[in-house]
Design a protein around this ligand. Sequence first.
Ligand SMILES: NC(=O)c1ccc[n+]([C@@H]2O[C@H](COP(=O)([O-])OP(=O)(O)OC[C@H]3O[C@@H](n4cnc5c(N)ncnc54)[C@H](OP(=O)(O)O)[C@@H]3O)[C@@H](O)[C@H]2O)c1
Length: 256
Amino acid sequence: MRLIPNLKGKANALVCGASRGIGLALCKALLARDDVGRLWAISRSAKSDGELAILAQEQGERLVLMDCDARDERALAAMAAELGRTCDHLHLVVSTLGILHQEGAKAEKSLAQLDLASLQASFATNAYAPILLLKHLLPLLRKAPATFAALSARVGSIGDNHLGGWYSYRASKAALNQLLHTASIELRRLNPSATVLALHPGTTDTALSRPFQGNVQAGKLFEPAFAAQRILEQVERLGPFDSGGFWAWDGRPIEW
Ligand SMILES: NC(=O)c1ccc[n+]([C@@H]2O[C@H](COP(=O)([O-])OP(=O)(O)OC[C@H]3O[C@@H](n4cnc5c(N)ncnc54)[C@H](OP(=O)(O)O)[C@@H]3O)[C@@H](O)[C@H]2O)c1
């Protein structure tokens, strides 16, 4: 199946949050495909990152590494302007931006552990950065077809929240879902062939989940390569008709 249905040529793809975890696995999976022409891989230190630098040596001009802190709107604007000089149409953008317990964010167990710094850090990376990424890349998403997918998390579902805890992470992912849904309505007018997706990758063995893997049932912890493959299957499967929805790695919709 083609990555972007109805696309005759090769896809231009971009992964923001590309240096490790699911983002790095997505880069490898995209580069392994014949229907991907060029890939832009972004993280704060993409150019000096070991694994991305090795991939770039192998891939030559097919892989472009860009450094950008996605919490900094001026950096996002500069990155988008630089990208726009060599590309006028992105067919797929995947935001894997996210923090749970890093950089001031806390995986709170109780209200007593909640503080402003954790809320602000979580919202900055998990909600504000992905939607501002979409804002600045919008000129490159105006032609048909185009998909913007952001990795959300099932714990961002209010309807599915029976356990509590993780205030900052849950709330920032719920905010991300609302921002993406709102953007999908605007994009439907600007480009009826555009698709905006909130995707849950499943619990995956990365730096983000590592401190919490003790509670994961045997066989339920995915390798990043597996999660990346299942995310790309959803990108292949879901089109403009599904835009604005919240979907899990297995293709099932998740309640808000
Ligand atoms: N792992 C799981 O079990 C799981 C479950 C559900 C949802 N998710 C979601 O899936 C996504 C990916 O998670 P992961 O587990 O792969 O996380 P990860 O291993 O911690 O990787 C996060 C990536 O985001 C980049 N990044 C973080 N802040 C950034 C910033 N300000 N600007 C640019 N890049 C930034 C990091 O690169 P640099 O630090 O080099 O910039 C890194 O490449 C997240 O949105 C997460 O919430 C993960």
